[in-house]
Design a protein around this ligand. Structure first.
Ligand SMILES: Cc1cc2nc3c(=O)[nH]c(=O)nc-3n(C[C@H](O)[C@H](O)[C@H](O)COP(=O)(O)O)c2cc1C
Length: 303
């Protein structure tokens, strides 16, 4: 079940997605975090951020909209307080990094390198902040420049997380590969708007939250994006978007994914990452596949 992307080793291909699993240790009461392939941390910036004011979460019929706005403790506290805990507890993690300028990302990369952080996922796809981030993920030249600069400062496994909110995800994937990244993860949330209208005692009331849509409803979009990325690059792809069960993993493999991130499902099924890793392992064993690679090959052969 173990997989390796560049030099980064994971116990299995299941990763808890950024922003849905805190800094990992918070989930210890609910599941065995050390058994998860890896945990992508909440998006970390150079300075701490308090995130957006007002309503941040909106539940939809088959997913959620969030506008957290990258609330996080900042890289300094992450290094001082969180890394020792993650190491002690044998939790494999990926630093999800976000910024407003190329300099922000480059500095984060240097700090990650200096502190021996083995894998870094560049969030160039957050739709919920005013500047930076998504701007890099929607323009192939800016993205190339950003990833190249980060690559110079960082020797670990470099993953770039793409947004579906673009016209040609193929061009962006190609730019990421050319700039020297080790893998692509996709997708981040889709831009969405949640509106709820209630009529009470002769008066209308409205709730409105604009942010990133995630969960089961985005799976078809995610599969389409992974398939399109696969046509543009040979880099490993970490697929995500609405994954909740074993069959979803098979579908993502068929579209071109090599590993998986699980996001919104963690909110309603806190041990879903462990469950999926177990389900995958059992399926491989009981059906006579050699290993995860073998299963992947067989699924890819289906016409
Ligand atoms: C509440 C919330 C916070 C998120 N925060 C981040 C973040 O900080 N960095 C990031 O790259 N993605 C973030 N995401 C996006 C997820 O990592 C994932 O790409 C997206 O939700 C799609 O996967 P899912 O449908 O399984 O949730 C966040 C998603 C949610 C729901």
């Amino acid at each position: 079940m173990g997989i390796k992307i560049a030099n980064f080793e994971m116990k299995n291909p299941i990763i808890a997605a950024s922003g849905t699993f805190g800094y990992a240790d918070e989930f210890e009461d609910f599941c065995d975090v050390s058994k998860i392939g890896a945990v992508a941390t909440k998006g970390i910036t150079l300075e701490p951020r308090s995130g957006n004011d007002g309503e941040r979460i909106f539940e939809t019929d088959c997913g959620m909209i969030n506008r957290i706005g990258l609330e996080n403790i900042g890289i300094e506290r992450f290094v001082e307080e969180k890394i020792p805990v993650l190491k002690k507890k044998n939790i494999t993690y990926i630093l999800n990094a976000a910024g407003s300028t190329i300099e922000d990302y480059s500095k984060l990369a240097s700090i990650a390198h200096k502190n021996g952080i083995e894998a870094m996922e560049l969030n160039v796809s957050c739709p919920n902040v005013k500047s930076g981030c998504l701007e890099f993920g929607t323009d192939e030249n800016s993205l190339y420049e950003l990833v190249s600069r980060v690559r110079k400062n960082y020797g670990g496994c470099l993953i770039v997380k793409l947004t579906p909110n673009v016209t040609s995800i193929e061009n962006l994937a190609a730019a990421v590969e050319k700039a020297g990244a080790d893998a692509i993860s996709a997708i981040n949330t889709l831009k969405g708007l949640g509106i709820k209208i209630e009529y009470l005692n002769g008066k209308f009331y409205k709730r409105e939250v604009q942010g990133g849509l995630s969960g089961k409803c985005i799976k078809p979009v995610a599969l389409a994006m992974v398939k399109r990325i696969r046509t543009a690059t040979k880099l490993p792809i970490i697929g995500m978007g609405g994954i909740s069960c074993l069959n979803d993993l098979f579908e993502f493999i068929s579209a071109g994914a090599d590993a998986f991130e699980i996001g919104t499902q963690n909110f309603t099924q806190c041990d879903v990452c462990n469950t999926l890793a177990d389900d995958l392992e059992n399926f491989i064993k009981t059906n006579g596949f050699k290993d995860f690679e073998d299963l992947k090959e067989k699924i890819k052969e289906i016409n």
